[in-house]
Design a protein around this ligand. Sequence first.
Ligand SMILES: Cc1cc2nc3c(=O)[nH]c(=O)nc-3n(C[C@H](O)[C@H](O)[C@H](O)COP(=O)(O)OP(=O)(O)OC[C@H]3O[C@@H](n4cnc5c(N)ncnc54)[C@H](O)[C@@H]3O)c2cc1C
Length: 458
Amino acid sequence: MPSLTVAQLRSRFRGELIGPGDASYHDARKVYNAMIDKRPRLIARCVDVADVMAAVDFGRENSLLTAIRGGGHNGGGLGICDDGLVIDLSQMKGVRVDPSTRTARVGGGCSGGDVDHATHAFGMATPTGTVSSTGIAGLTLGGGIGHLTRTYGLSIDNLLEVDLVLADGRFVTANEKQNQDLYWAVRGGGGNFGVVTSFLFRLHPVKIVNAGPTFWPIEQTTEVMKAYREFISQAPEDVSGFFAFLAVPPVPLFPENLHGRKMCAVIWCSTASPEQTDKATKPMRTVGKPALDQVGPMPFPMLQSLFDPLLPAGLQWYWRADFVKELNDEAISKHLEHASRLPTALSQTHIYPIDGAAHRVGMSDTAFSFRDANWALVIVGVDPDPANKDLITKWCKDYFDALHPYSAGGAYVNFMMEEGQERVKAAFRGNYDRLAAIKKKYDSANFFRVNQNIRPGA
Ligand SMILES: Cc1cc2nc3c(=O)[nH]c(=O)nc-3n(C[C@H](O)[C@H](O)[C@H](O)COP(=O)(O)OP(=O)(O)OC[C@H]3O[C@@H](n4cnc5c(N)ncnc54)[C@H](O)[C@@H]3O)c2cc1C
């Protein structure tokens, strides 16, 4: 890399520029998934929009492969790259809540926890994910699925505006009135169109939720899952619960005699009153013989960070996913077969309901096309020990191969690893060509290509 050019960048840059010779390089290049081990040439840790503009210009003018890092949580490690430039937004964290308009302006480097912390003080929330350390940027740009999806929609359904820096270095705002094509594309199309420096979200009155898990021994899966598929599709929209297979974590929250036992579970979140929650969920929570039922009131950020202590950065992760329209009896028997073989204590399967409010948005209203799917399935092999990498990978792939025939045909981009162009096209279905045309208009050289890549259209 010509040093003069780095010197020029330095003169326009207020944040840190970190290269292989710097003491902080090895920490700065780490991402959440320790299976990813990439060595960029330069990490540009931006502190403001001007830094992002300078970094984009630098990457483009030097023809560098350029990755954008928000929270660094991506399963496939798409927030970093080998031998190129990383535009790192992790320091751009401000959140400004405007209670009068019920909106929050969120910096491109915020985590879900940063957003919950700021909005909870005002008794409000916007739908994000289920682990608080996840980056709001990557999560939102892919769609954003979580506890409030049935009630208030995906994160993108509450996204009113973005500020972004385009491949040519220009700063633009996209919303319902300005740059409508970009506004459509960033709601599900990922980081393909520019570096988003801030997001404006709609907020909802959510402070205390009625939440927690119900666990059943995994042997009861067939009965529980059949009941769940009927239950959730009829449940009121202020009640949600995602289905999971997991081993009971060895933490004081759970009785010792259950620690390590494989379970199927529903993790509940209801914005209804405790009485209404009990009335609505009891028919499901009394199916079969639950091993544990721990639903009660808690502040929303507590629910959002419930899984955090179990899932620190630095574990090995292997991901596979698909959207699902129906959980038929054959699929249920395949789930039981593969989930019974959970390879490690932290490996899990989650099946997130994405109906309710998320179904009231049309398939081509935003780039996120699977509005007719009822669930987003994700299978994750997880373990601290790199020696178990092959074990968790094989389990995950075999499980996915068995379930894929029962899927809706494509996956949620944020639950995918690098799986090839056909899988990217399948994720966007009928919206792919429109995305490719917008990509051509704003990034015809495909500068932003470290992502689930939409190729510039013909
Ligand atoms: C433990 C865990 C739990 C999760 N739970 C959920 C969940 O409940 N719901 C859910 O929907 N997803 C969930 N995810 C998936 C998550 O949405 C994706 O991993 C997402 O990519 C993370 O975003 P990030 O900013 O942290 O990632 P990064 O690795 O930083 O980036 C991921 C992608 O987003 C792009 N990107 C990041 N920041 C920007 C930006 N500012 N501008 C433009 N592009 C950008 C990057 O180019 C890259 O392609 C979870 C992931 C993990 C690891």
